[in-house]
Design a protein around this ligand. Sequence first.
Ligand SMILES: [Zn+2]
Length: 506
Amino acid sequence: MSRSAKVNQVILIILDAVRAEHLFGLINEGKLPNITQIAENGIKCSNCITSYPAITFPCYGNIVTGSYSGYFPKEGNAVPLYHWLNRMDPPSTSKKFPFIRNYGKRNDLLKINKDIGNNVKTIFEQAPDGNMLSSTSFLFRGAYFRLASHFFNIEPIFKNIEVAFKNPGFYFSNKEVSLITVGYVPHTDGIMHKLGFDHPNYINLIVECDKYLGSLMNTLKTTGYYDDTAVAIVTDHGNYKAEKNVDLEPFFQQKGLIPYIPDKGIGDFDCNFGSVGFFNIRGDTWHHHPTIQQMQKFKPSGIGKQNLNIFEVLWEIPGVKFMYYREDDNKPEKGIIHIEFQDQNSGKRRNGTIEYQGFGKEQKTRYTSDGNDFYGYNENEKSARILDNKFHTIEEWLEATNHINFPMIIDQIPRYFKNPRSCDIIISTLGDYSFNYEHGKTVGFSPYSHDNGLRESMIVPFIIGGSPEIPQMELKYCKTTDMVPTLLNLLGIKPHSSVIGKSILN
Ligand SMILES: [Zn+2]
């Protein structure tokens, strides 16, 4: 143990798609006795802000790295989203066309480990030495990876961790216990999408997690490791139920817009769209992002073939309230993101900008709008103060907007758009519609999803306890990227320079 270490081991459990409100609701109902024991005797926060967009990647990857999407040739997590197009900056000169990455495909999932790039480090890679275990955490770079083989049973995710303490020699030749363990439970997300966050099967799954966590805690106690192990729980994002559902396939057909086919390099656009839509549009070639003018006068390859204004086409999609896109000459270190907003009361279209400068922790952003702001920041005394026409850091946005809708979104949108693998236009219905549209096809009709900037998607639980060395405290707010630096702090390890979160113990 280093002199500044409070614990000798950390175990981080990441549950997929559980709102803070729901987890703490179950705690208050007495349904999660083991998570309650950890939370009540340690650090708890029911107002932890996740990454925007509130989708598994980036959110879960950002927890494991403590960083965010960025200009990945230089800085930041190179994975902007669950689905992305491999466009490079500068554009690729190879004849091969940009591939579509989709982590929903079994063959693509583990590629995340390479995809995140070398400018960020997983929590495992940030420790100078020691045994590292990933139990079903698909982002496992630097760790021994155990996959819970049964896709309907979460018990092995926790049992695999118990082995690292009962019989460490089973995984590690030096027979020492795991220094850093990450267990990831994807199952809660699967059931949430299929059946909903209010379905008994979803709630039972969280209750089961608590039960297996209890068994793990018992193992730590009987093996003598409980008192010097920190046990942490966080989730990647929340969830919502969309009110309406529309099949977008006929809409794009009528416009003559043909979905991109990466093998052939043909087509006009690529899109994935829950309630927030991410559109890639063909530029000079598929390697090039288009200019604004190219999108305003776009020649579709389908029927009709008259020039289209892509922005106007996207505004025809029902329920769209926000639109975001880059200025043409943006640089990684400085640029402008345009915001268009449909005022629901007046029906008028309004405009704003997010200007950004700097990288990583030093990134500062300024938000301006043509009159009253779009996010409701003005209606609240604390958040209204940050609308001062000045540039602000992530910490300043967090402090000013953690308690309302769209927490930290001004900081987050430029981090997404700086990444050359990001799309060209984002549109959002804020969860009113869920389109379930992926790369040319409507893939389902479930109204349950997550992705928007509202609190239902953005607010997650943040809990660290176990060892009596963990101080008892309740945080008013924090962010998911604070988890890794806090756990490293407890181990007496300095986080990597790419980490944007900060230890909440400092
Ligand atoms: Zn998720």
